[in-house]
Design a protein. Sequence first.
Length: 139
Amino acid sequence: MSLAENRATSGQLDPKPLHLFDDVERELTRAERKAIRKLVTNECANHCREYGCLQLNDACFMLGKCWTGAYCKYFRNAVLPLDPMLESALTSKPIETRICSICDTEFPVIGKQRYCSDICAGNAQRKRNKEYMRKKRGG
């Protein structure tokens, strides 16, 4: 008899019910942990280098987070949306991405954005101007 069947027959409720559409908890990758640490230390209004989390009056538990699952409410609502790629990796919210035609990196789409950065947009503009001038000169 499994643990869930044993609890069901004994009248105890399972503390964590299984939901078919929820993400399974998994270990965070090194890049995800690094991105979370960077967001907390640079962007979180409740984080103080000297005192830690000002709301908890203790060390910020997001800095030592190794598994997906429960997140700080402020982090989830105010800080995580600043990095759409990390947000889509940690939650089940899909995000539209494109691949930059200049440097071949994947980036989240904002409006009609075609390139990942201003540098790539400038490189594309120079390339178009170069082709235009070549045609204009006849050669």
